[in-house]
Design a binder for this molecule. Structure first.
Ligand SMILES: *Cc1c(COP(=O)(O)O)cnc(C)c1O
Length: 396
């Protein structure tokens, strides 16, 4: 029955497990372990652990399972493994399936820590990595080899918001049997149809839109039951990347309101982007929902026309103007999360992407004047007038 539910119903009821008390709100099973009724039961559980049986919270926990089942339902995936952070999910998805000598192809526009895993860690263990411009299908085609094991990319890149064609890249990857791993944070689980479009494995930082209220770190890997239980689970349960039951509860409750929050944030982001486009203080307004965005056609087919909760503004006058803009803002806070109910402004060149050398920044479009703006749940009119006064201040 739950398979036929629509997303709004799944988000509230999916994956629920009630204890003997029949509680309304999902219980937090804040326990590291579970008691066996006798020695024989302990032996049997270690031999084979059933779907509603638990051994140790690093392997699984009822609250964590509720979150895994609910997000798997929403994403249309067979199964999910929840992790301590988004990075534990990215690392777990890649490292659990790769070994020395394997070849992968990765988009080069990646979140800083994702780039570190691919560029510094995987290569250290003998994985051969080819980087491509993720928006250029000819580069994917040239880089994918008959022995390529996996392709990896962010469906919408941070912070320049390029959209990668999941279906087209998946088609090329599947011709050689490579696994398609998508970091789908910027697309959000609300608009994602990544699996339907050909992704084999979808990864989220739950810290972003799933919590959506800046409270906790978390992540999740979604895929087939074979991949999650056969490849990911053994790796993560032995290396210790499990999500804590308390954080799982936050994420579980976050899912209940996620679609309402994210849709409201996207509505406001669209209004703000349209109103700011062509503003005299701006070099560029980057927002995938704008008709002028170079990949707006792909946004229509891949994301139902919804451009996401983040926009990037390239302010005239470089770093000095960008800092003046940040310091003049009264509503968006200066921080580095995204997808939060509070609007957040970030200067990628000096914070999240500080580590990159200038050439890399230039190649990725991370200019000194670039500001990433994550749109929250505030009133669109209030936000817009605040951003406009800060843009004026930036040019003084
Ligand atoms: C934030 C983020 C991550 C990392 O998530 P954490 O929860 O901070 O570990 C990975 N990928 C993308 C695209 C992100 O935005």
């Amino acid at each position: 029955m739950s398979e036929s539910w629509n997303k709004r119903t799944q988000a509230v009821h999916g994956g629920i497990r009630r204890s003997q008390y029949n509680e309304v709100s999902e219980a937090i099973f804040l326990t590291q372990g579970f008691v066996y009724e006798n020695a024989e039961q302990a032996e049997a559980r270690f031999l084979e652990c059933g779907p509603d049986e638990f051994i140790y919270a690093r392997y699984g926990n009822p609250t964590v399972s509720m979150f895994e089942q609910r997000i798997a339902m929403l994403e249309g995936a067979e199964d999910a493994f929840a992790t301590a952070s988004g990075m534990a999910a990215v690392n777990g998805a890649l490292t659990s399936m790769l070994k020395a000598g394997d070849h992968i192809v990765s988009a080069k526009a990646l979140f800083g820590s994702c780039l570190y895993i691919v560029e510094n860690i995987l290569t250290r263990f003998g994985v051969d990595v080819s980087f491509v411009d993720g928006t250029d299908l000819a580069q994917w085609k040239a880089a994918i080899r008959p022995d390529t094991k996996a392709v990896f990319f962010e469906s919408m890149s941070n912070p320049t918001l390029e959209v990668i064609d999941i279906a087209a890249v998946a088609k090329l990857a599947h011709e050689v049997g490579a696994v398609v791993i998508v970091d789908n944070v910027f697309s959000t689980p609300v608009f994602s149809r990544a699996i339907e479009q050909g992704a084999d494995v979808v990864v989220y930082s739950a810290t972003k839109h799933i919590d959506g209220q800046g409270r906790a770190l978390g992540g999740v890997i979604l895929g087939t039951q074979d991949f999650i239980r056969g490849t990911v689970e053994p790796y993560l349960k032995h290396t210790g990347g499990a999500l804590s039951p308390f954080n799982a509860w936050i994420m579980l409750k976050g899912l209940e309101t996620m679609a309402l929050r994210v849709n409201a944030q996207v509505d406001t982001a669209q209004i703000v982007a349209e109103a700011l486009e062509g503003h005299p203080a701006l070099e560029r307004t980057l927002y995938p929902g704008l008709k002028t965005h170079s990949q707006n056609a792909l946004v229509q087919t891949q994301l139902g026309g919804r451009g996401g909760t983040v926009l990037s503004l390239d302010i005239k006058g470089g770093k000095k103007a960008a800092f003046a803009f940040l310091n003049a803002l009264r509503i968006p806070i200066i921080s580095n999360n995204l997808g939060d109910s509070k609007s957040i402004a970030t200067h990628p060149a000096t914070t999240t992407h500080q580590r990159l050398i200038d050439d890399q920044k230039a190649e990725l479009g991370i200019t000194p004047g670039l500001i990433r703006l994550s749109i929250g749940l505030e009133d669109a009119g209030d936000l817009l007038s605040d951003i406009k006064q800060a843009l004026d201040a930036s040019q003084k």
